[in-house]
Every structure is written in structure tokens, then in C-alpha cells.
Design a binder for this molecule. Structure first.
Ligand SMILES: NC(=O)c1ccc[n+]([C@@H]2O[C@H](COP(=O)([O-])OP(=O)(O)OC[C@H]3O[C@@H](n4cnc5c(N)ncnc54)[C@H](OP(=O)(O)O)[C@@H]3O)[C@@H](O)[C@H]2O)c1
Length: 300
């Protein structure tokens, strides 16, 4: 049977953090979680945009509890600041939705010296999850949802040059960051199981969804967007696999959720498979060690 939000139980009393919640998929996920009764923290880099999103959510769900907190995932300083502020304010965390992302921008390095997509999409979330793990693991039935993509098949993990210091290829760099997110979700679950924690780590991808993510694509694709949007699903549709991963009763640690139709580009959410590289346990361990070294965040 197809999962949908109506089949999920009320989430009253639960706390969710959604990164990149001011627009696109993150906004739709935050809206749905607020509808279900979660206290939702909009973790966004731009507070004005976050406040506007909060106002939109409250227009539809006047009784929702929505808070805005500043988080720039491409800055380790900001990630530490967010984690400290969150842990001071909240004693539990039920859902961490690692959603924020960028796709195929021109080459830039973050303030920490990381290629911008690896920084915002992966390393920032790696650090954030590590810093929030103590509060997650002490919360019963908590989950971490990491956003991957069909693009996880576009690139491998470049252990020798993860920051693309030579030969920047924006498509491969996006693929690397999304493969890293997926490998992280699987490896985190292995580690949670080994240490006897009940927190689940799961992954999701939206298929192809018409959002701002495509702002760096060639103009021709943007001009054709009324046509391509017929193939794409709406942001609300694209949010469904994330919501299924976060709330589905039959979800197990290490599951990966995506759309069920048109080669996983659109349709109702279901559990999906991923490529062989994403399941490479030896590479996942190397990526984990590299991520701890780069971010300075050591997991317990
Ligand atoms: N749309 C798709 O077809 C698709 C397909 C596969 C995977 N995904 C994944 O889905 C996730 C959401 O994408 P989307 O389509 O909703 O894109 P979007 O509409 O462009 O939204 C991206 C969100 O991430 C935020 N963000 C970007 N960099 C950030 C940073 N350094 N720190 C904090 N927040 C940051 C953006 O904030 P600003 O508004 O301030 O820029 C925005 O809120 C991404 O991880 C993406 O890789 C999307």
C-alpha cells in the first residue's frame, strides 16, 4: 500500500530540526511536520527568509510551534554555534532532517577550505549530526534523515582530492557530495546498531522536483522549465520520500526512500535501492575517517 502523510500518527510533543527549511523541499517537509503537531526548528542561513517561511506555515497552521535558528552549513563555526544553541534550548531531538543543499555552482571554497557542495551538502551535515548525536540518542524513537539524490550515481568519492583542487567538474562534485550523504546514512546506521542505540539513520531522495536547486543550470533548461516541470514533481511531491523516511511506521535503519514511478523521478514514496559504490563498507569507513579529520568532529 502507498504511504501518505494522512497515515502517519500525530507528532505532538516531538521536536524536529529541518535544515534549509525556508524554501523548496525543506519548507514542504517543515510545513507537513508542523501540520502533524511537531515543534519544528527551521535551521536556515538567512533569518529573514526563515521568518518569512515561519509566517507562511503559521498562516496555514496557526497553532503550530515553529522556531527559526541560524545555521550556515558551509561554516563549521556556524554549525558549532547552532548545535550549542539547540542543545541549550532543547533537551530532546526526535527528527533531524539533513535537507539543505546546493547543486552545481561555480567553483568556490568555503571558509573552512572545502569545495562548496561538499561543504554545504555533506561535511556540514556530518558535523551537525555528530554534535547533535548525544541529544538524538537519548531521545526514544529518534531518526536522522539524510537527503541524497539520483545523482549519487554521478561521481565517486575522491579520497585523494575531495575538494577538487584540480579539474573541478561541478556535476561530479555534486555527485560526490550526494554519494557521501548516502554512504553517511548507511554508515551511521551501522555505528548506531553496533553501539546499541535505537536512533535510526535513513536516507531519502525526491526524484526530480521543480525548486531553486536548479538555479545554476544552463539558461536553456530554465527557459524550458514550463515544459520540464511537466516531468518534475512539485516541491510538495518531492518532500514525500523524506516524510516517509521520517514518519513511516515500517521504516528500518539504513532504508533509502524515493519516488516509485518514472525511474524514481516522480510518484508516491517507496523504499528504493542504491548503487554498489554507496554500499562499499570499506570506502564508507575511509570517508568517515576523512570527514572526522576535516571537520574535527569525532563521533562517540
Ligand atoms: N529538487 C530536486 O530535484 C532534488 C533532487 C535530488 C536531491 N535534492 C536534494 O534536496 C535537498 C533540498 O533541495 P531543494 O530542491 O529543496 O533546493 P532549494 O529549493 O534550492 O532549497 C535548498 C535549501 O538549502 C538551503 N541552503 C543552501 N546552502 C545552505 C547552507 N550553506 N546552509 C544552510 N542552508 C543552505 C537554501 O537556503 P537559501 O534559500 O538561503 O539559499 C534552501 O533553504 C538538497 O539536499 C538537494 O540536493 C533535490
Amino acid at each position: 500500500m502507498t504511504w501518505n502523510l494522512n497515515s502517519a500518527p500525530k507528532q505532538t510533543g516531538r521536536i524536529a530540526v529541518v535544515t534549509g527549511a525556508n524554501i523548496g523541499l525543506g519548507f514542504e517537509v517543515a510545513m507537513a511536520l508542523a501540520e502533524k503537531g511537531c515543534t519544528v526548528v527551521l535551521a536556515c542561513r538567512n533569518m529573514q527568509k526563515a521568518e518569512a517561511a515561519k509566517a507562511d506555515i503559521l498562516t496555514k497552521h496557526a497553532k503550530a510551534t515553529v522556531t527559526c535558528m541560524q545555521l550556515d552549513l558551509s561554516s563549521l563555526k556556524s554549525v558549532h554555534g547552532f548545535a550549542a544553541a539547540f542543545s541549550k534550548r532543547y533537551a530532546t531531538l526526535d527528527l533531524l532532517i539533513n535537507n539543505a543543499g546546493i547543486m552545481m555552482p561555480p567553483y568556490t571554497l568555503s571558509e573552512d577550505g572545502f569545495e562548496s557542495q561538499l561543504a554545504a551538502n555533506y561535511l556540514g551535515h556530518f558535523a551537525l549530526t555528530g554534535l547533535l548525536l548525544p541529544v538524538l540518542t537519548k531521545t526514544a524513537n529518534s531518526r536522522v534523515v539524510s537527503l541524497s539524490s539520483l545523482a549519487h550515481k554521478w561521481g565517486g568519492i575522491r579520497l585523494d582530492d575531495p575538494q577538487f583542487k584540480t579539474g573541478y567538474d561541478k556535476k561530479k562534485a555534486y555527485g560526490q557530495s550526494k554519494l557521501a550523504c548516502l554512504m553517511f546514512a548507511y554508515e551511521l546506521q551501522r555505528r548506531l546498531t553496533q553501539s546499541g542505540h535505537t536512533t535510526l539513520s535513513v536516507a531519502a531522495h525526491p526524484g526530480v522536483s521543480a525548486t531553486n536547486l536548479f538555479q545554476h543550470m544552463p539558461k536553456i533548461i530554465q527557459v524550458l522549465s514550463p515544459l520540464t516541470s511537466l516531468m518534475f514533481q512539485s516541491a510538495k511531491g518531492g518532500a514525500q520520500p523524506t516524510l516517509y523516511a521520517a514518519l513511516g511506521a515500517d521504516i528500518q535503519g539504513g532504508d533509502y526512500c524515493g519516488p516509485s514511478a518514472m525511474g524514481e523521478m516522480r510518484g508516491a514514496p517507496c523504499k528504493v535501492g542504491s548503487n554498489r559504490a554507496s554500499r562499499d563498507i570499506a570506502m564508507a569507513a575511509k570517508l568517515w575517517a576523512l570527514s572526522e579529520e576535516l571537520t574535527g568532529v569525532r563521533y562517540p
